[in-house]
Design a protein around this ligand. Structure first.
Ligand code: G6P
Length: 503
């Protein structure tokens, strides 16, 4: 694959479009502003890709970003898209995070459907599409990301038919029985089908999407290919009716499991400063025999309550004691104005308080709960200090924390307890795989992790490390962009009349 990412006089050859920019502008208590790394797995994965490729990144600079204009960040040209306070409420907190997020995560929390949220979603998607169109060179590759921007591929194709358009969904795509609840399901499917390649985390996500296309639009699908009738033959968006047998455009819907920059995590872990910090953390925790560790955005999909329930019961049963075991739970603040997230925070903090009150002793907290985000160095030190990593998500597109833990453990030690409902479980089969709803099973797996012999820990960790090393984020983007280049080349040769697909 060869891709030029330089800016030409008419725009950039490679453009990423995501709701978040890699950096987020935040107001500090004294009124001054700082730029921070944005939260979440999307930015963790995409930042090293962009650092290497260069190009433009179109996105929102966060709540305190009024008046921010284009600027250069390392090798990335940043193009901020403004959102008004109303749009933050209706498009971001509302439709993205209180409609789509719970719906796409198997309705763990009930999704809310409001027509005015949808209207704001359309308006903001139009703004992102226009911003991407304005900075893209003729024939550029534009890579759109995640559930906040599902209409952008279709809008962009209308504005700029010359572009090569990819889309990657970082979160799960739900089964049709759930997706069909969405009042605007046809519009979403049509928006996504504007892309040449639609990437998903797991094979099941891609299959769920293809099924939705068949059910809602009636288009033919075959394996990972979807045959979309050319614009004039698409029929009514609401009924999906279209003229069969007409010319089609082939869209690829396939899984491309996302990953991390393995090498940079391993390098950090090997640095003497980070190792010294890991030793210091163990000491500050009172040198317990076992450190259990969880780190998540404070989100109801992450299964933090289930984790605390299992750990609390292990303390109650006397299978672990606060004198020799501690759970460090980092919960980074997230979407704090959405009601479900507020409730979750209250519940988690009540539970932590109860566990510590019931089972802690002086100098030995059963749970060390930290409601902060931390810089990467500190995270890596925590991974190194942790004997057992707990990833108990109820539903998660991938979960990059699991892969980060594995990448940092160059000592081939540590045990990963991993939910089978996280995409990472497809890759990390040597983890202790658990069903977080099965509290008895989760308790047994935590005990198995605590008591696992060193030899077995080493065997499992070595195999997981090889897997993540061989399938790092550079490989992910390479695989996706290669498919994208291939399918756009096929489209161009069709346009030249070599072969037009028909159904
Ligand atoms: C997940 C999503 C991302 C999102 C991130 C942080 O990783 O897939 O699209 O950016 O969470 O959430 P936030 O709402 O703070 O952007």
């Amino acid at each position: 694959m060869t891709l030029t990412t330089e800016a030409t006089s008419e725009g950039f050859e490679f453009v990423v479009v995501a709701n978040r920019l890699p950096v987020d502008r935040a107001r500090q208590e004294d009124g001054s502003f700082i730029w921070r790394t944005s939260p979440g797995g999307l930015v963790t994965a995409l930042s090293p890709v962009m650092e290497q490729m260069g190009g433009a990144w179109v996105g929102w600079a966060g709540e305190d970003s009024e008046g921010v204009t284009e600027f250069q960040h390392g090798s990335t040209h940043i193009v901020p898209v403004p959102l008004s306070a109303d749009e933050v409420e209706l498009y971001y907190e509302g439709f993205s995070n209180d409609t789509l997020w719970p719906l796409y995560h198997d309705v763990i929390a009930p999704p809310t459907y409001h027509r005015e949220w949808w209207d704001a979603y359309v308006t903001v998607n139009e703004r992102f599409a226009a911003a991407a169109a304005a900075v893209s060179a003729h024939g550029a590759t534009v890579w759109v990301h995640d559930y906040q921007l599902q209409l952008v591929p279709g809008l962009l194709r209308e504005l700029r038919p010359d572009l090569i358009i990819g889309f990657f969904n970082h979160i799960p795509f739900p089964a049709y029985g759930l997706f069909s609840q969405l009042p605007w399901r046809n519009q979403i499917v049509k928006g996504l089908l504007g892309a040449d390649v639609i990437g998903f985390q797991r094979t099941a996500d891609a299959a769920n999407f293809s099924r939705a296309v068949r059910r809602l639009m009636g288009y033919e699908t075959k394996g990972t290919s979807i045959y979309v009738p050319l614009e004039s033959d698409q029929g009514d968006m609401n009924t999906g009716g279209y003229r069969k047998g007409g010319p089609t455009r082939r869209v690829l819907a396939k899984h491309f499991p996302i990953s991390i920059d393995f090498q940079s995590f391993e390098e950090l872990a090997r640095s003497p400063e980070v190792q010294a910090r890991a030793a210091q953390i163990r000491e500050e925790l009172g040198s317990p025999t076992t450190i259990l560790f969880g780190v998540d955005r404070l989100d109801y999909t992450k299964g933090i309550r289930h984790r605390l329930k299992a750990y609390g019961e292990l303390l109650e049963d006397g299978r672990v004691k606060a004198e020799d075991t501690t759970l460090v739970q980092v919960a980074s603040p997230s979407r704090e104005r959405v009601e479900t997230y507020r409730q979750l925070r209250d519940e988690i903090e009540l539970t932590v308080g109860r566990i510590n009150g019931d089972y802690g002793t002086i100098g030995h907290a059963a749970v060390n709960y930290l409601h902060h985000g931390y810089p990467r160095e500190e995270m890596v030190a925590l991974y190194l200090a942790a004997d057992v990593m707990l990833v108990t998500a109820l539903r998660d597109g991938m979960n990059l924390v699991a892969k980060e833990y594995v990448a940092t453990r160059f000592d081939n030690d540590g045990v990963l307890v991993l939910s089978e409902f996280a995409g990472a479980s497809d890759d990390l089969k040597q983890a202790l795989l658990i069903n977080p709803h099965d509290i008895a099973g989760l308790k047994d797996s935590i005990m198995e992790a605590i008591n696992m012999p060193a030899r077995e820990r080493g065997r499992r960790m070595r195999s997981m490390r090889k897997r993540v090393r061989d399938n790092d984020v550079a490989r992910w983007s390479h695989d996706f962009l290669t498919e994208l280049a291939r399918s756009s080349a096929a489209r161009h040769s069709e346009a030249l009349g070599h072969s037009v697909g028909t159904i």
